[in-house]
Design a protein around this ligand. Structure first.
Ligand code: FAD
Ligand code: NAI
Length: 475
């Protein structure tokens, strides 16, 4: 007889493990299945985010930023640091230990919340009276039954046609975060989020980095003014970004990779590099689910088709996170996980898609929430804009990092905040204030009238809100 659960979650990435914990908190008998293995073959819950995404990339960004500061900024503070060296093996070992802390933390949370964790791959077998039957192939094989199933199987890196990832020379996000020595020359295809974050890591450590982007615009989803400021800063640091290119033949040879491409002027060019990272987006992962065994519908992108509430075409089957429509972000997956668990419990789980923040963890960081100026124009919305540069912020001067600005966009009539866009130091943290403000439908004047600590970078947000009404105090 198979073990019966109220809720089975397939995938223990940020969407799945959070959904499992919330469902258990609500009193359900929950199982969470995940197939990810650590180097020793043991369980490594946390998905892409914990193992080869958010967490390891931020660990390497931190290490490489320290290296960059020691090399280029310590002297401004009167600190001499000669012969600064990077031990890539130690940097990677630290990253792995950060990943492991997160894996172990999730296993602890499962225990604490009485979620049954099953290490192995899960696939649909069929439907019986007890619910959906799922086979787990791990150390042993077993079939479990769930009245409700939440699919959270995430996404995989997209490869260029005919150019498979070998994770030695042609790297996905996985290989790009495991390189054993600083490459002399590194190329990245795609100047999206991974291209910029991973490119920054290896540039700071001394690689000559070229990013080839197919689109003619840089970071098209970002507010144009912010994207322009960021591009200027990245190019000043030495990141070479070419827009509007057409990538041609790629040869993965013994000594490295040859990338043939045509630039925006139509000139045929060749780039010889030691390593190539392909960061051209990700594809939803439904491989191995046997979706057809229960007649689960996919959409034209191969994502699981869901409605606004994450319901699939089958009663009692839900899907969340990267495997469905919407931004591929860990916190979006988590919000959907909580909302679905609450809906299963008959509550009114809710995700506000208009207030999901985005952050790119480069230096300067880029962060935003809500609509950009170009979107407001396209939507025909009358708006007011206020900007404030970090150059005029005391804390930014003390930090020695005055790049960038905060920009607040508010409705011309009601003053409601419609979007907040930032480029500069620690804006990954500053953006939360804007998210809270938008969630509570605050006006720009609300932020302008709130007392912000001095000296703090957050004063730039207050000043940008004041700028909406053309009354900055410090600029
Ligand atoms: P995933 O995290 O992909 O988890 C899916 C899990 O399901 C995996 O563990 C997989 O093994 C398991 N699985 C799949 N199929 C099966 C099966 N049949 N049986 C059992 N288990 C299965 N997002 C951010 O918000 N902030 C960031 O800073 C950030 N940085 C990133 C950096 C990189 C390099 C990358 C690649 C991504 C980054 N992301 C970031 C995106 C983020 O990682 C994803 O949006 C997030 O992990 C999606 O969560 P998920 O739960 O939907 O899926
Ligand atoms: P992306 O969608 O951010 O960027 C891909 C880029 O590649 C785009 O600019 C696109 O125009 C370009 N491109 C696509 N095909 C191309 C081609 N053939 N030739 C040249 N350029 C091409 O995708 P990316 O960087 O792979 O990241 C995937 C996702 O992972 C992100 O969209 C994001 O959801 C998530 N992520 C989030 C992070 C964060 O929140 N800080 C960090 C890293 C990833």
């Amino acid at each position: 007889m198979s073990t019966a659960f109220d809720v089975i979650v397939i995938g223990a990435g940020p969407g799945g493990y959070i959904a499992a914990i919330r469902a258990a908190q609500l009193g359900f008998k929950v199982a969470c299945i995940d197939e990810w293995k650590n180097a020793k073959g043991g369980p490594a819950p946390g998905g892409t985010c914990t193992n080869v995404g958010c967490i390891p990339s931020k660990a390497l960004l931190q290490s490489s930023e320290h290296f960059d500061h020691a090399n280029h900024h310590f002297s401004e503070h009167g600190i001499s640091a000669k012969d600064v060296k990077i031990d890539v093996a130690q940097m990677m070992a630290r990253k792995e230990s950060v990943v492991k802390q997160n894996n172990d933390g999730i296993l602890y949370l499962f225990k604490k919340n009485k979620v049954t964790f099953l290490h192995g791959s899960g696939n649909f077998v069929g439907k019986s009276e007890g619910g959906y039957e799922i086979r787990i192939r791990g150390q042993a094989e077993e079939i479990i039954t769930g009245k409700q199933v939440i699919i959270a199987t995430g996404s995989n890196a997209r490869n260029l046609p005919g150019v498979p990832f070998d994770e030695v020379n042609v790297l996905s996000n996985d290989g790009a975060l495991r390189v054993g020595a600083v490459p002399k020359k590194l190329a990245l295809i795609g100047s999206g989020v991974i291209g910029l974050e991973v490119g920054s890591v290896w540039r700071r450590l001394g690689a000559q980095v070229s990013i080839l982007e197919g689109l003619p615009t840089f970071l098209g989803a970002v507010d144009e003014q912010i994207a322009k400021e960021a591009k200027k800063a990245f190019e000043k640091q030495g990141l070479k970004i070419e827009l509007g290119v057409k990538v041609g033949e790629i040869v993965n040879g013994k000594k490295g990779v040859t990338v043939n491409y045509t630039n925006a002027k139509g000139e045929a060019l060749v780039l010889e590099v030691d390593k190539l990272v392909v960061s051209i987006g990700r594809v939803p992962n439904t491989m191995g689910l046997d979706a057809q065994a229960i007649g689960l519908q996919l959409d034209e992108r191969g994502a699981i088709a869901v409605d606004a509430e994450c319901k699939t075409n089958l009663p009692g089957v839900w899907a969340i996170g990267d495997v469905v429509r919407g931004p591929m972000l860990a916190h979006k997956a988590e919000e959907e996980g909580v909302a679905v668990a609450e809906r299963i419990a008959g509550q009114h789980g809710h995700v506000n898609f208009n207030t999901i923040p985005w952050v790119i963890y480069t230096s300067p960081e880029i962060a935003w929430v809500g609509r950009t100026e170009q979107q407001l124009k396209a939507d025909g919305v009358a708006y007011k804009a206020g900007t404030f540069p970090f150059l005029a912020n005391g804390r930014a001067r003390a930090l020695g990092d005055t790049t960038g600005m905060v920009k607040v966009l508010a409705d011309a009539v009601t003053d409601e905040i419609l979007g907040v866009h930032m480029v500069g130091p620690q804006v990954s943290e500053l953006i939360s204030e804007a998210v809270v403000a938008m969630a509570f439908k605050a006006s720009a004047e609300d932020i302008a009238r709130i007392c912000h600590a001095h000296p703090s970078l957050s004063e730039a947000t207050k000043e940008a809100a004041l700028a909406v009404d053309k009354r900055t105090l410090n600029f």
